[in-house]
Design a protein around this ligand. Structure first.
Ligand code: 13P
Ligand code: SF4
Length: 309
């Protein structure tokens, strides 16, 4: 059946078909917190980048359908060479990950012979392959502290690099990348939101600019934000709106407000339910990474998992 045909089925029919396919193919559906609601609803597990990587190593399923952007599907494959990893829409990419080409990083690294390279998971497999260790937004500070070097080249997010630098004694050499969704927040957004919701605490993602981080009460990954949602009756949430949808769905008696309703990651929204079902039924798009790159990238990801408790 062609992809267009799946779009004609009802949500209930698609969900039932997906359940059947999962049993038939021994598959698991993993979804990032920014996915559209209909995808979040059918995912077996939702999580931030760290949790998705951990889940990918824990699952017994033979097939992993990764609903998120490209680097998330690649990370699942890097950690699971023997499994089939499917990415329902291979045009769903992370623009920030594309801001650091592996060749440029290698040339840059030559200027800092004593520095370790810590790459955010929002990078290509090629960049991971030339990095010492990876990190996510939930463990970046911990990883940089634990890495055995005083100088750290941190790629690609300049805002996360600045946040890490403010929390460690290390010399952090940033790359000039950024996430357009979080970099678009300004400190005035925090002031305006506090004015609209007096007394409600503000949490922001560490991909936000330093002025926004300084104006917030908490800084957390999307997984960390879900934990805060469990502890607060109300929260102003400075990240992509998909996570705010998840909070309001899972805690209907509480109130979660987006810092900006315009914080939408367009590529995260490029996967829908018909594509997820089509992906598993047709076996598209298989994530493939040349073994020589995969094995080296696995070293950097595995070191991250070892170092994060
Ligand atoms: P998390 O790991 O916090 O979910 O962040 C992923 C991401 O892409 C943020 O923009
Ligand atoms: Fe990439 Fe930003 Fe989208 Fe996250 S929100 S996937 S960092 S563009």
């Amino acid at each position: 059946m062609e992809l267009e045909e799946y779009a004609k089925l009802s949500t209930d029919d698609l969900a039932a078909r997906l359940e059947e396919l999962k049993r038939e193919k021994n598959a698991v559906v993993l979804g990032h917190n920014y996915q559209v609601t209909e995808v979040q609803m059918v995912a077996d597990h939702l999580g931030d980048s760290l949790r998705l990587a951990q889940l990918a190593t824990e699952t017994d399923a033979a097939v992993i359908v990764l609903c998120g952007v490209d680097f998330m599907a690649e990370s699942a494959k890097i950690l699971n060479p023997g499994k089939t990893v499917l990415h329902p829409n291979d045009r769903a990419t992370c623009p920030m990950a594309a801001m650091v080409p592996a060749r440029d990083l290698q040339a840059f690294r030559a200027d800092y012979p004593d520095a370790a390279v810590v790459s955010y998971v929002n990078t290509s497999a090629e960049v991971k392959a030339v990095s010492d260790v990876c990190c996510t937004s939930s463990n970046a500070v911990e990883i940089v502290r634990k890495v055995d070097a005083d100088e750290i080249i941190f790629v690609p997010d300049k805002n996360l690099a600045a946040y890490v630098a403010s929390k460690t004694e290390k010399k952090v050499i940033p790359w000039d990348g950024y996430c357009y969704v979080h970099d678009g927040f300004v400190a005035e957004d925090v002031g305006l939101a506090r004015g609209e919701h007096p007394g409600v605490p503000v949490v922001v993602h560490p991909e936000s600019p330093p002025g926004v981080i300084d104006a917030a009460d908490f800084v957390a990954s999307t997984g960390g934000m879900m934990k805060l949602a469990a502890e607060h009756e109300e929260l102003i949430v400075g990240t992509e709106v998909g996570l705010v949808d998840r909070m309001n769905r899972e805690y209907p008696d509480r109130r979660f407000y987006p810092l900006s309703a315009f914080a939408v990651c367009r590529t995260m929204k490029m996967i829908d339910l018909p594509q997820v079902v089509w992906s598993l039924e047709s076996g598209n798009h298989v994530v493939e990474i040349p073994e020589e790159i995969r094995a080296r990238a696995e070293g950097a990801l595995a070191r991250m998992l070892e170092l994060s408790v």
